[in-house]
Design a protein around this ligand. Sequence first.
Ligand code: SAM
Ligand code: SF4
Length: 330
Amino acid sequence: MSQQLIDDFGRTVDYVRISVTDRCDFRCVYCMAEEMTFLSRAEIMSIEEIELLSRAFTELGVQRIRLTGGEPLVRRGLVDRLQNIGNLPGLDELLITTNGSQLVRYGKILKDAGVTRLNVSLDSLRPERFKAMTRNGDLNKVLAGIDAAREQGFQRIKINAVVMKGSNEDEVLDLLEYARDKQVDISYIEEMPLGNIDSHNRALSFCSSDEVMAMLESRYTLHAMANKTAGPSRYFRMADSPIRVGFISPHSHNFCADCNRVRVTVEGRLLLCLGNEHSVDLLPIMRTHPGQIEPLKEAIIAAMPLKPESHHFDLHAEPQILRFMNTTGG
Ligand code: SAM
Ligand code: SF4
C-alpha cells in the first residue's frame, strides 16, 4: 500500500498543485503586474523534473495532480509529454487550470494525455472588459476554447471567475447563465492578496462570496452540497440544472481545517500552505540526485510537519506574501 502524507494536524495530503511555468500570454490585473520579470529556464523545474516530482507524489499516495501556472499550456514541451504524468500508477485525476486561450489547439491532446478535468478562467463575457482585466486577452478565443473542450468530453469543465467590485461584479448572473447554457460548472473566487499589484486597491475591489451568493439568490435557489473535495470550495446545486456552483472564499470562510493539498512552485519549492511561507526547496534535491526518486520522497515526507494549521490573509495590510500567483500556481 502506498505511503500516506499526513501532517501534524491529522490531515492527509492527497492532492498537489504544480506550477509548470510562471509565464503567461495574459496579464490579469489581480494576478500579475503589467511589467513582469520572468524566471530563467535554469531557475525553473525541467519537464523531466516535473515528471519525477509527480511520480514521487503519486508513490506517496497523492491521487490528484493539478497543473497550473502561469499558463500551463504555454510551457514548451509539456503538452507533448503530458501522458507520462497522466499514466502514473495510482493517479486518479490529472487536472489543468488554464486561461483557455490555447484550448482550440490543445483540447484533444489534453484529453488523449489523460487530463480528466479542466478549470478555465473567465471573468467577463464582454470583450472590452475581458481585454482590460487580462490586459491583452481575446475573449472570443477563450469562448471558442471552452466550446472545443466541451466537444472532447472531459469529465468536468469548470469556469473560475474572480469577482471584483468596480470591475465585473455586475456580471455575476451573466456568468452563471453562460455556465448553465454550456453545462459547465462555475466557481466564484474572492481575490487573494498575492503579490504587490498597483492596478487597483484590493480592499476596495474585494467582493465577498456572501455578496456574490446574494446576487445569485436574487434569481435562483441554490442548495448546498456535501463537501466531497475537502478543499476551499463550497458547492451548491440548482433545481433545474446539473451544474455545480462553487465559492472559493479564502477571506470570508476559512477552509484550513479540511485542507488536503500542497503546492509546488515553478522553482520547485514545496509550499505547505498558500498563505504562509512554510516551504521546502525541492529543486536542489532533484539537481543533486538527478532522476532519483527516493531522496525526493524523503524530503516531501520530512516537510509534512511544516504544514501550518491555518493561513492568515489581511486585505488591509501590505501583502505578506510577495509571491505572485503565477509562480505559486492558483
Ligand atoms: N493561467 C491559468 C488560469 O488563469 O486559469 C492558471 C493559473 S492562474 C494563477 C489560476 C487561478 O488563479 C485563476 O483562476 C485565476 O483567476 C486565479 N487567481 C490569480 N490571481 C489571483 C488572486 N490574486 N486572487 C484570487 N485568484 C487569483
Ligand atoms: Fe495568466 Fe492565469 Fe495569471 Fe491570468 S490568472 S495572468 S491567465 S496566470
